[in-house]
Write a protein that binds this ligand. Structure first.
Ligand code: ZN
Ligand code: ZN
Length: 323
């Protein structure tokens, strides 16, 4: 098969668009989609100047998604002094697995000359995920603990580094899975939260509260294309799956989406197109409802924003340390 743009040999064929692309045109098409997303989501505010640059903290796990995102952001803003990138890596204490991916993060940031910060569950919380999995005081999946701790550290350090944005490498498949899970679980408040966590309108919403606005500029790119991009560009990505990964429900949804996409190419894109519109409506409805609400307070133990006396992270840590 030949490239639709230049006739050279195609390296990929996207069923959802019907396009065949050679290496050069495929790489360019991924770059273009990420840059369009940055533009359409207004990630660079009009008042950002070389004298008043924006700090973007990028969650860099060393997996293909965050490595590709960091690489594209670097090349997009390499000559643009309005944006300063900080890569933030979180070590969960998973032997073997995370050590190798931290190496990948170090290799990438050294090569690109990006500031790299590493924080660990051990230093922050005095826990290692390997032990948490052993103890499992709440009878939950490993990812349920890990997600709470990771989100806490991402927010904490984004604030600490004075970030204007916190960017993560979620791809199209991740987002379509989460969208479908939220639908199937029937949880509209979760849909509203998901909107704020990734698709939020920064001009209107981000500035009012003390959360650092989030962004997911890789969310138009399917997982397979992210993997191909990392391979073709020879990026130092660590591809092994986490040994504790056990989100059974997400696995089922993944399988379902794979089948749907196979039989009806474009399903992931259409899910997201409709979902983002609905999520935006849900977020404004819930935002308006919450305005009169004052139950968002500070955690008694760590000061993080929470609707309870003690935040979820602190209560999980307490039960882990009690074992
Ligand atoms: Zn071509
Ligand atoms: Zn707390």
């Amino acid at each position: 098969m030949d490239c639709d743009k230049c006739g050279r040999e195609a390296v990929m064929n996207a069923a959802y668009s019907g396009l065949h692309l050679c290496e050069e045109h495929f790489v360019a098409s991924v770059d273009k989609r990420v840059r369009r997303r940055i533009r359409e989501d207004d990630l660079v505010p009009s008042d950002a100047t070389p004298e008043n640059p924006q700090t973007w903290v990028v969650g860099l796990s060393g997996g293909k998604d965050s490595v590709v995102l960091t690489d594209i952001l670097y090349r997009t803003f390499e000559k643009d002094p309005r944006i300063e990138l900080v890569a933030l890596t979180i070590h969960e204490g998973i032997e073997g697995y995370r050590d190798q991916s931290v190496d990948a993060c170090e290799e990438l940031t050294e090569e690109l000359g990006i500031r790299h910060e590493l924080v660990t569950y051990e230093e922050e919380f005095d826990v290692q995920m390997d032990d948490v999995v052993e103890k499992d005081p709440e009878g939950m999946a490993a990812c349920a603990y890990c997600g709470v701790f990771r989100r806490d550290l991402l927010s904490k350090y984004a604030e600490k580094f004075d970030a204007d944005k916190l960017l993560t490498g979620h791809n199209l498949d991740d987002e379509a899975e989460t969208a479908l899970m939220n639908f199937l679980e029937g949880d509209v408040s979760q849909i509203a939260k998901h909107f704020d966590a990734s698709l939020g309108n920064f001009e209107e919403r981000g500035e009012q509260d003390d959360f650092v606005p989030r962004a997911k500029p890789l969310r138009d790119v399917p997982e397979k294309e992210v993997a191909l991009y990392a391979h073709l560009e020879d990026l130092p990505a660590h591809i092994t799956e986490c040994p504790h990964a056990s989100e059974a429900y997400r696995g089922e949804i993944q399988e379902l989406l794979y089948q749907l996409e196979e039989n009806h190419p474009g399903t992931r894109h259409s899910i997201m197109a409709g979902y983002e519109e609905l999520a935006s409506l849900a977020a404004s409805e819930f935002g308006a409802r919450e305005e009169g609400d004052t139950d968002l307070g500070e955690c008694e133990q760590c000061g993080a924003s929470t609707t309870r006396d003690v935040c979820r992270k602190c209560s999980l840590l307490e039960s882990i340390h009690a074992v």
